[in-house]
Ligand binder design. Sequence first.
Ligand code: ATP
Ligand code: MG
Length: 235
Amino acid sequence: KGGVGKTTSSVNLAACLAVAEKRTLLIDLDPQGNGSLSIGLAKETFKEKNIYHALIGQIELKEAIYESELPFFHICPSDNNLSGAEIELVSLFARESKLKNAFKSVDKDYDYIIIDCPPSLGLLTVNALNAAHSYIVPMQTEYLAMEGLAQLLNTVRLIRTSLNPSLELDGILLTMYDSRSGLHKQVATEIKTHFGDTVFKTIIPRNVKLAECPSFGKPIILYDIESKGSEAYLA
Ligand code: ATP
Ligand code: MG
């Protein structure tokens, strides 16, 4: 679903894994490129070599990987070129497996690869779900929070039967939670009742520092380590 904290969670979870000295790669698979900009990569540096070029087979994924401020944190960026890939891939052989195949050259180099998906269930997201061992569903504790989930779970079911049988749900991550809001409390309770233990105990609070840090090109732990947002993503 759009705007629920996918990019914020991908970037900050990846950064937290990296400070724990886990070799971590963040793949920005969204043509909006928000993840790439959030960690301070300048657009010009990756215009010629990014996830788009790796997906369509022009380059190896390795060549589209860039370092960040944190030693264990690498990123494979994207820009709006990638929106074309959704269409260009359609005519290619094994179009659902482009990312999975691209991973083969790098997956030994990393303990964790986090993929930030676009807000749609198109070919890019299908590639992500096919390449992944597991997935996390960020969910905002707002009205209509569960809207769209049925479609996602249906896509997952199809992918499990045809492409990636071992794909697993890591859990549902509640995001942008405001403990003073009655609605948020009520929706969080409903989601927990409905999904039980699949909901992560850690809840990401609404925290202005999390919204600010992308404009400084930094993950939250480099922007304000003492913020509630840092605490939550570290947890
Ligand atoms: P899209 O579907 O467009 O890719 P998304 O699911 O990736 O969106 P984000 O970009 O992570 O969502 O978040 C949407 C907006 O909410 C951003 O402006 C982000 O800075 C802000 N935001 C995300 N999480 C929080 C939070 N916990 N507290 C405050 N603001 C947040
Ligand atoms: Mg996003």
